[in-house]
Design a protein around this ligand. Structure first.
Ligand SMILES: [Zn+2]
Ligand SMILES: [Zn+2]
Length: 56
């Protein structure tokens, strides 16, 4: 009985895959004009202009 030494399948490196053209971009919203989009005003409190949402 001859056992053929089967070569282990060499894993094909997927480093040659072309980068997708679509870049995930965060949804653009109206950045709050008061807190700048951080949702917190200069006093460290929840922005009352956007209620902490960061956009208005
Ligand atoms: Zn605002
Ligand atoms: Zn705000």
């Amino acid at each position: 009985m001859t056992v053929s030494a089967a070569d282990p399948t060499t894993p094909t490196p997927s480093a040659n895959t072309p980068a997708p053209d679509t870049v995930p971009i965060p949804p653009k919203r109206w950045q709050c004009c008061h807190c700048g989009g951080c949702g917190v005003d200069g006093y460290g409190e929840t922005c009352r202009h956007c209620d902490g949402e960061g956009f208005c």
